[in-house]
Write a protein that binds this ligand. Sequence first.
Ligand SMILES: *Cc1c(COP(=O)(O)O)cnc(C)c1O
Length: 453
Amino acid sequence: MNYISTRGQTPALGFSDAVATGLAPDGGLFLPEQLPQFSADELKAFEGLSYPALCSAFFRKFATDIDNATFAEIVERSYTKFNHPDIAPLVPLSDDLLVLELFHGPTLAFKDFALQLLGNLYEHQCAMRKQSINVLGATSGDTGAAAIHGLLGKPGTTIFILYPDGRVAPLQERQMTCTGADNVYAMAIEGSFDDAQTALKEIFADQDYRTRHCLSAVNSINLARVLAQCVYYLSAWLRLPRERQDNVEFVVPTGNFGNVLAGWMLQKMGVPIRSFKVATNQNDILYRLFTTGEYRLDQVAPSLAPSMDIQVASNFERFLYYNLGQDPARVRKVMTTFKQTGGYQFANFDTDIFSVSHCSDGQIPEIIKSMHEKFGYVVDPHTACAFADIDPDRLSVVLATAHPAKFPETIESAIGVSPTHPSLEVLKTRPIVKHPVAASAAAIRAFVEERAV
Ligand SMILES: *Cc1c(COP(=O)(O)O)cnc(C)c1O
């Protein structure tokens, strides 16, 4: 299987190269040249597989340049740090409402599903090519923590994560700074997340510097992340009663469109899922898109669900590619207009299988409270957004993207009890090791140069 860029101006690459490259050189995102199809027989053969076995079987159509046994071993290792036997348990709240818990990984958020695997793929690549790799990324919280835990202590890798000092949740900061690993540098930037992003862009634009230090970016657009996320939809779908499988709606708290895109791609591969609900918080560029056809930038207003506080839904470009008839010239045209004017108006936007909801900050504690009263179930502020507008006439599977214990203040204000988790309690006993750095490309480069492997 080869991978092409949504913008059509990058030569096709194999799986390993597309994963190592991340963002395509033409500015586009990688996608399979052709989406493979899973037949009814193949899906039936998946029933009863363990999560890692299912993941390996799924990837067989994608990771065609890594032999099956090696890949299976990489996958097996990627899910050993999850602390639930089902990896992604499906919890029924009522006959028509189920929760897919994606927060049992090492950082208690769904990003572990992709970043544990990506970390092991990087390690494998380093070993194959006898190269070391330096991973650099900026985070507003969950991504950085999950990326760090994906590469923690891995030989041949060093990870540098920039985060805005004083502007990430205290427990997220601890997940990044209390690891004790000597290949991890948590860099506390004196500035905002956007300042850190701007400095990073400048560093990555210097191709020579990138090559010299074997720099790789960690962000939400890596192809392997989207594919790894397809697997938990598949795993949930396989566990539904057969007569209800075709009727399921997945409800997905989303910011970058990464999570919901994975489910939608799985459907395009022949898995008969009825529909998806794109659940946004108050930063609702996607809500406006699906209701008005207009995709337009807006200011980001910090919310109680901070990992969904995004301005541009970067993975949306992959959806766009399919929506525009897999025509890279049209993708380039839309993305250029968007870049120049900050918006794009779609003529007829086919929203047959998508519905949308949005959730204000005021609603989040109310929803946490009512879920607790109705079902005795505690949801985190991101997952709460998904419950804003559940269709009562449909079988809904809500994706729970983070463990409530990561956001104790919001939960306590809603239900009067502060949730805890053993892995977070351990962190509180460890010293914080962070590296204050100015938000300039020069300062960041100097820091990285001194420590890169
Ligand atoms: C990253 C994140 C999201 C948003 O995911 P996208 O892939 O950007 O749509 C939602 N909830 C939590 C807890 C997250 O960490």
